[in-house]
Design a protein around this ligand. Structure first.
Ligand code: SAH
Length: 365
C-alpha cells in the first residue's frame, strides 16, 4: 500500500525501528545478514506483544538486542498524567514523547468496544478559531511509531483490547499524510494489532488535494469532515482552511472519496451559540449532506477560554437536529464523554505546558 524508499527520520538520527513496515523490517534484517524469521519475530514483539524495549524481547540473544539498541531508535511513551471520568470511565492520557514534547489521547468505553482517540501532530497549524490544539501552532509531525504507541500504551495501561481508533485528537492528520498512511497500514496489518479498517476514522478540517489522494488509496476507513459552517463566508470566519478551499470544492472531493471507496463520509458539525446554530444553518447543512448521503455528528462546542465561543443550549441543539431529521438527514448528537475531565482537544496539553494552571473549559470533544 505505501511506497517509500527510506523510512522518514530526521537527519543523523537512528532509524525508528517501530515505524518500519514488516516488508521494510525484512529488508533491514536481510541487509544485516539475519535469518528470514528474525523480522517476523521482532515485528510481533513490537506490534502484537507491544514490547516497550528491546530488553523485553527475551527470545532474542542478548548480543543481538544490544546491537539493536545501538543501531535503532525505539520509541515508547511515558504517561505523565491520567484523568479518569467518574461519570463514564473515559480516561484522558497525557504522554511524554522521547524529545520531551507531550501529546494527549483519550480512551472511551462503549458497549460495542473500546475506542481510542489519538493525536497525529504535536500542536496544529490549521488555526480553527474554537480549537485549543492550534493556539500554539505546530511543533512537529508525529511518526507512525508515535501514533501506534498511543494505542499500544493505552492497551497496556487499561489491560483491555482496543477495537476502534479515531484520529481526532490534536493535529491535522492529512497535514501529516505520509506518516498517517504508514500508521494506518501498520495498525490494520494482520501481522500487527489487526484492527479492522472499518473501525478506523480519520477526521480532517478539509485538505482537498489530500482527500482526493486518500480516496485513491482505496481504504475502508471512515473519513470525517469537520464542516462547522455551510457558507464559505461563515466558514472562513471560523476555519482559516476555508480561505484555501471552497465548500463546493470540498463537497466534490467528498463525493469523489465516496465513489472511489464506497465509504460514506461523516460530517462533523460543532455548534457555537449564535454563530452556526440557526435554522438557516440547519437547512444549509441539509442541502450539503443530502447528495452525499452522509451521517452528521452534532457536537455542542467545548468553550475554550482564549477562543471566546460559547456552546449552543441543548434545546437548540435538539431543534437543529429535528430540522435535519425532518429532511431525512441522520444527525447524532455526539454523546459527551468525560464531561468532568479536560476532554476538549488540546486542553490537557496546554494546561501541562502552562504548569497545570487552570485554562478553563472542562468537557470532552
Ligand atoms: N484536524 C482534524 C482532527 C482534529 S480535531 C479536524 O479538524 O477534523 C477533531 C474535531 O474536534 C474536529 O471536528 C474539530 O473541529 C473539533 N473541535 C476542536 N475543538 C473543538 C471545540 N472546542 N469544541 C468542539 N469541537 C472541537
Amino acid at each position: 500500500m505505501v511506497n517509500r524508499k527510506k523510512p522518514e527520520t530526521a537527519k543523523g538520527e537512528k532509524t525508528d525501528i517501530k515505524s518500519l513496515t514488516l516488508q521494510e523490517l525484512r529488508e533491514e534484517m536481510a541487509a544485516r545478514g539475519e535469518k528470514a524469521f528474525r523480522a517476523a519475530q521482532m515485528y510481533e514483539w513490537m506490534h502484537v506483544k507491544m514490547a516497550r524495549s528491546f530488553d523485553e524481547m527475551t527470545n532474542l540473544s542478548k548480543a543481538f538486542r544490544e546491537d539493536c539498541e545501538s543501531r535503532y531508535m525505539y520509541t515508547a511513551l511515558q504517561a505523565v498524567r491520567v484523568q479518569e471520568s467518574k461519570l463514564d470511565g473515559t480516561r484522558k492520557f497525557l504522554f511524554a514523547l522521547s524529545d520531551g514534547n507531550v501529546v494527549e489521547s483519550v480512551w472511551m468505553k462503549y458497549k460495542h468496544g473500546n475506542s481510542v482517540c489519538i493525536s497525529s501532530q504535536v500542536g496544529c497549524r490549521m488555526g480553527c478559531r474554537f480549537c485549543a490544539s492550534t493556539l500554539d501552532g505546530l511543533e512537529r509531525n508525529l511518526t507512525p511509531s508515535e501514533m501506534l504507541d498511543q494505542v499500544y500504551a493505552i492497551t497496556l495501561l487499561t489491560g483491555e483490547r482496543v477495537s476502534n481508533v479515531v484520529v481526532m485528537g490534536t493535529g491535522e492528520p492529512l497535514d501529516n499524510y505520509h506518516n498517517l498512511l504508514v500508521f494506518l497500514q501498520m495498525l490494520t496489518d494482520e501481522n500487527g494489532l489487526h484492527i479492522s479498517q472499518r473501525n478506523v476514522t480519520v477526521s480532517t478540517c478539509g485538505l482537498v488535494p489530500e482527500i482526493r489522494r486518500l480516496a485513491g488509496e482505496k481504504l475502508q476507513i471512515t473519513l470525517a469532515l469537520s464542516l462547522h459552517a455551510v457558507t464559505d463566508e461563515k466558514r472562513r470566519r471560523i476555519m482559516p482552511i476555508a480561505n484555501r478551499y471552497s465548500i463546493s470544492e470540498l463537497m466534490e472531493a467528498c463525493e469523489y472519496y465516496f465513489t472511489q471507496t464506497g465509504r460514506r463520509i461523516t460530517l462533523e458539525y460543532s455548534l457555537a451559540a449564535g454563530v452556526n446554530d440557526g435554522e438557516e444553518d440547519a437547512m444549509g447543512l441539509v442541502r450539503l449532506a443530502k447528495p452525499l448521503h452522509c451521517h452528521v455528528n452534532l457536537i455542542p462546542i467545548n468553550p475554550v477560554k482564549e477562543c471566546g465561543f460559547s456552546r449552543t443550549q441543548l434545546s437548540q441543539v435538539r431543534t437543529f437536529q429535528n430540522i435535519l431529521e425532518k429532511n431525512e438527514i441522520n444527525g447524532t448528537i455526539r454523546r459527551e464523554m468525560g464531561r468532568d475531565i479536560d476532554g476538549a482537544c488540546g486542553q490537557l496539553r496546554r494546561k501541562n505546558m502552562s504548569g497545570l494552571r487552570d485554562i478553563g473549559g472542562n468537557e470532552a470533544c
